[in-house]
Design a protein around this ligand. Sequence first.
Ligand SMILES: Cc1ncc(COP(=O)(O)O)c(C=O)c1O
Length: 361
Amino acid sequence: MEERVHTFNPGPAALPLPVLERIRDEMLNFRGTGMSILEVSHRSRTFEEVLDDAAARLKRLLKLDNRFHVVFLQGGASLQFAMVPMNLALEGKPVGYVDTGYWASKALKEAQILGKDVQVVASSKAQNYTHIPKNFTVDDNLAYLHLTSNNTIEGTQWHHFPGVGNVPLVSDMSSDILSRVFDPSPFGLIYAGAQKNLGPAGVTVVIIREDMLERTPKNLPTMLRYSTFVESNSLYNTPPCFAIYVVDLVLEWLEETVGGLETMEAINRKKAKILYDYLDSQNFYTCPVAPEDRSMMNVVFRLPSPELEDKFVKEAEKARLVGLKGHRSVGGCRASLYNAVTVEAVQALVDFMQEFARKNA
Ligand SMILES: Cc1ncc(COP(=O)(O)O)c(C=O)c1O
């Protein structure tokens, strides 16, 4: 087998090598069933054990108490942009959004399409989304306040969630769930597409607090109601079984091999520090993001010209460092340092960057 590359893809993204090896080893005969997990019935005890294990591990890792339900949905984080206002908006109350970038603005647009009274509580759009808004006030009449905890494209992250009194926070945590420790208690709902820190594409994790379930209007179709998935233990219809199985393995790796979220956070801090320290130590590459709001997961940087950026991405690929092109909406370069990306991979990237700068400055 040819040697594996270092992947800095934004999602689908790097998976832990032990997880990939386990999938390979279990592929033809899943835990004594004589068949692959791809062939196991979603109504079997075998699959339900996988599903329940994944939910239980997620609850333990995030220290969620019994008020929180974990469900597995399809439709990506993008469907959550619509399901959140469909289920959680309240008659006569505005829904609040903080506009911190491309995905945050897509989320609030869905609430607008649905005709909800959308209040953009704060926005960093005028500054090209290079920082996280601060010192804004939150109206206590809001049905909820929606945040994007990590802005995958712009490379910013909420390092402190705003105090919101009794207003439930709702967060798109697609690109930083399980990367660090946080207090879940102010959150009414958290959602995340799996394809960054949790596993493969095709499943979306939703964490919903019990009291939020009462809000769903009666006229919402069954597949768009959170309660459908809570009541059926994510088995109302055929779930994305394989993706859920891989999520379970990733969570097992995080709990048992890494040793939990505190350790994961320390490793993520170390990785981000290696790259940001290098970026700040020279002036060939520049990072446009306000230092206090820089993401630990997605590090964005520019080179002196778009031509050099193209050359950088191509040469990096030849050096077996892949996925460094910035999102098409903003250009530039981006290294995604999700949980499965190793310290060694980040060090290899910095070594390559130094060499490239030396040759091209
Ligand atoms: C923060 C964030 N939200 C939402 C999405 C969209 O997710 P999906 O493709 O699962 O709909 C992405 C994808 O990169 C993202 O980074």
